[in-house]
Design a protein around this ligand. Structure first.
Ligand SMILES: NC(=O)C1=CN([C@@H]2O[C@H](COP(=O)(O)OP(=O)(O)OC[C@H]3O[C@@H](n4cnc5c(N)ncnc54)[C@H](OP(=O)(O)O)[C@@H]3O)[C@@H](O)[C@H]2O)C=CC1
Ligand SMILES: O=CC(=O)O
Length: 364
């Protein structure tokens, strides 16, 4: 059964979560390999503690053979995936590995090859993916590409219709998400926004956090698919709330990274070993997985891309717009945004966002 928490004062419902029996009843095409559940069950974060059944669905799916892509009534799951970048590729791969019938599309077709080799189907346009699938996910770079893929010529909306669902997992602003939702629902299909928190590695490990909002029935329908790709999911109500939550989280993250970079450079300048700083930080109240993960390579001025810097700057820009819309001062985020803009002007757009440190180094 769904457990709901009411968060005042905004009256945003956070639903945690839907039992497997309920979820699978919406999904005749999903598997339920009960025998395999116990062995695959992982420790769950507190937030997911009320959804052990959904978690088990994930475990079952992860352990399933390709024959288990068919439910009791023999209907196959047909899941589309649009956008196979750093995040989309591992997410689609996890769906495929879990036994889903996955159809992919990417603007640069070569990025589909690995998934096709592993059994994914291919369609030459978002419209054709949407028309051949029950559920279509989209993981695009930014608002412009998310709109183009959903609503442009040969876009997904052209292939949508009653009974289908479109789940946009890109990080965009609320207005963009609402626009896409409007175009999708006009066709009779359902829409869910579901941006993710978590980077390349969590995407590979199926450990993403989904921040969903929109059609509640579609949310329940896709819950087992989200559980294949992620470790937790939040349902936040109306379209726009998921986008807003994601932007607030990434606004904090962008400022944290800028501040951490300043600390590393300052420690170096005053003759301290920045590796020791990373260790000290890791043991105290400001410890964060992000610092421990990226600190050692930042000290070596190495920035292997997990979260491209250009996307972090996009998120800060969109978060500033969100803050502006409600007259909320966010001076720290505004300053961080300027730093990421400088980093972009130094040609660091496609490096990891931790390369923002280079913008500070260049200033000194
Ligand atoms: N990387 C990360 O750690 C995280 C990223 N995100 C968010 O997820 C989204 C995707 O990120 P990520 O995978 O890292 O980004 P990438 O830059 O690796 O991938 C972007 C994807 O968008 C496609 N794309 C870009 N422009 C267009 C366009 N005009 N038309 C059609 N397709 C287009 C790209 O296609 P092509 O291959 O042809 O260029 C590619 O598939 C972003 O919104 C990002 O902010 C969220 C959480 C974590
Ligand atoms: O959007 C980036 C992330 O790490 O989350």
């Amino acid at each position: 059964m769904a457990k709901q928490l009411l968060l005042s004062p905004n009256k945003i419902l956070v639903q945690q979560e839907v039992a497997m029996a309920m979820a699978t009843s919406f999904l005749p095409w999903k598997v339920s390999t009960a025998a395999s559940l116990t062995t695959l069950a992982r420790p769950k974060p507190t937030i997911t503690s009320s959804r052990s059944s959904s978690f088990s669905t994930k475990a079952a799916a992860s352990n399933s053979s390709s024959s288990s892509t068919k439910g009791d009534d023999g209907l196959p799951a047909r899941v589309g995936f649009l956008g196979l970048g750093i995040m989309g590729s591992p997410m689609a791969l996890n769906l495929l590995k879990a036994g889903c019938d996955v159809t992919v599309w990417n603007r640069t077709k070569s990025k589909c090859d690995q998934l096709i080799d592993l059994g994914a189907k291919y369609q030459p346009s978002p419209a054709e993916v949407a028309s051949s699938c029950n559920i279509t996910f989209a993981m695009l770079a930014d608002p412009e590409s998310a709109v183009a893929v959903a609503c442009g010529t040969n876009g997904a909306a052209e292939g949508m219709g009653p009974g289908k669902g479109y789940v946009d997992v890109s990080t965009v602003d609320a207005a963009t998400s609402k626009l896409i939702g409007k175009q999708i629902t006009k066709t009779g299909a359902s829409f869910l926004e579901a941006p993710v928190s978590g980077s390349k590695k969590p995407a590979e490990d199926g450990q993403l956090i989904f921040l969903t909002a929109g059609d509640a029935t579609l949310y329940e329908t896709v819950a087992p698919l989200l559980d294949i790709m992620g470790k937790s999911r939040f349902y936040l109500g109306e379209v726009g709330n998921g986008a807003a939550m994601k932007l607030v989280v990434n606004m904090i993250m962008g400022s944290m990274m800028a501040s951490f970079s300043e600390g590393l450079l300052l420690s170096e300048k005053v003759g301290l070993d920045p590796n020791v700083l990373v260790e000290v930080v890791s043991q105290g109240a400001i410890s964060a997985p992000m610092f421990s993960l990226k600190g050692p390579s930042m000290v070596k001025a190495s920035y292997p891309t997990a979260f491209p810097l250009k996307h972090q700057q996009k998120d800060l820009r969109l978060a500033l717009g969100l803050a502006e819309s409600v007259s909320q001062p966010v001076p720290v985020a505004a300053a961080a945004n300027e730093l990421y803009k400088v980093a972009k002007s130094h040609g660091l757009s496609d490096q990891d966002f931790s390369a923002v440190m280079e913008a500070l180094r260049a200033k000194s």
